[in-house]
Design a protein around this ligand. Structure first.
Ligand code: AMP
Length: 305
């Protein structure tokens, strides 16, 4: 099986209460690809980089055997740059700077050899670009999409259009409320699913995630990470771990979706332990499965008569 990942490849500046970095590899497609590479047989990354993209970052992606044939290099400008600041409540961040650079003219072109992929991850980029990807692939079995408040604010109609072709939307609680104009999360979920996505995940930051399918709701805990250094990329790592697991198992049953949600949470919990994608560079299988078991034990609810 193989997995197509489309999204931003970026350099990020990050400020958290625990430290600061001026420039570190980031971007939605970067985190999704790295996290999914621990499960998926092959990850194909589609995105754009500029003339400042460092060889060592290419090497990092290659070291995880991510296929970069769909990564365009645009020598006319710099790589997308984003700067964010987190406060003590790490669930909220302020965007301090966004420089689109080569991203401004990005036109995702899906190489012919990827058009028959079964699994597609639409990382956080403008919804019209996500739609362009869907227009090029043949009949993927499962399309997962992320988005952000910015697109709900400025391109809601286009976003709703793209949602029609999506099997699973992964958003956080504030995005779900904003998209549906509905404060109750359960009602918000109903309204968002009525827009098209067959399944929905609402992430609640350090409080876990809810999975809505057509016949059930599953509540997954979040791993109580002792030292959160940097939440950047947690959402994308969640998506990557989740879809990587689905690709690996090739199983879309509700039971397996539950496992996928926990593997997503596992990858997000690793991501936040260090700045940028550092922690996703070389995890062992044992670390990943051990943490999965910790998650399982964490929410084991005893039977009552
Ligand atoms: P998250 O998983 O939500 O923490 O995603 C963090 C990543 O999103 C960062 O590495 C940023 O480079 C990327 N990002 C921030 N703003 C945008 C945007 N407007 N479009 C695409 N990617 C973005």
């Amino acid at each position: 099986m193989s997995l197509l990942v489309v999204g931003s490849v970026a350099y990020d500046g990050i400020e958290t209460p625990f430290g600061e970095v001026d420039r570190i590899l980031g971007g939605s497609a970067t985190y999704i690809s790295l996290a999914s590479s621990y499960f998926a047989k092959k990850v194909h990354l589609v995105g754009v980089i500029g003339n400042d993209f460092a060889d060592e970052d290419i090497e990092l992606l290659k070291s995880r055997e991510i296929d970069l044939n769909g990564l365009q290099k645009d020598n006319s400008g710099k790589t997308f740059f984003w700067k964010g600041k987190y406060h003590y409540d790490l669930n909220n961040r302020d965007t301090l700077d966004t420089q689109l650079n080569v991203f401004e003219k990005f036109d995702p072109v899906i190489p012919d050899q990827y058009k028959d992929v079964k699994y597609v991850a639409l990382g956080n980029i403008e919804p019209t670009l996500q739609q362009k990807v869907l227009d090029q692939v043949n009949t993927p079995e499962f399309v997962v999409m992320d988005t952000m408040n910015l697109w709900i604010d400025i391109t809601k109609d286009a976003l709703k259009e793209t949602l029609k072709g999506v099997d699973l939307l992964v958003i956080n609680d504030s995005e779900a409320r904003e998209l549906s104009d509905e404060p109750s999360l359960l009602k918000a979920a109903d309204k968002v699913m009525a827009m098209g996505p067959k399944n929905l995940i609402i992430k609640k930051g350090e409080h876990g995630a809810l999975l809505f399918t057509d016949d059930e709701i599953f509540s997954a805990p979040a791993y109580p990470v002792i030292d959160i250094f940097d939440p950047t990329g947690a959402g994308d790592s969640f998506l990557g771990g989740l879809l990587g697991w689905i690709d690996y198992t090739d199983d879309l049953s509700t039971e397996n979706l539950r496992k996928a949600v926990v593997f997503g949470s596992v990858m997000a919990s690793f991501c936040v332990e260090k700045f940028g994608p550092e922690r996703l560079k070389n995890l062992s299988e044992k670390e990943i499965y051990d943490r999965y078991r910790e998650f399982r034990d964490l929410s084991r609810i005893p039977e009552v008569q």
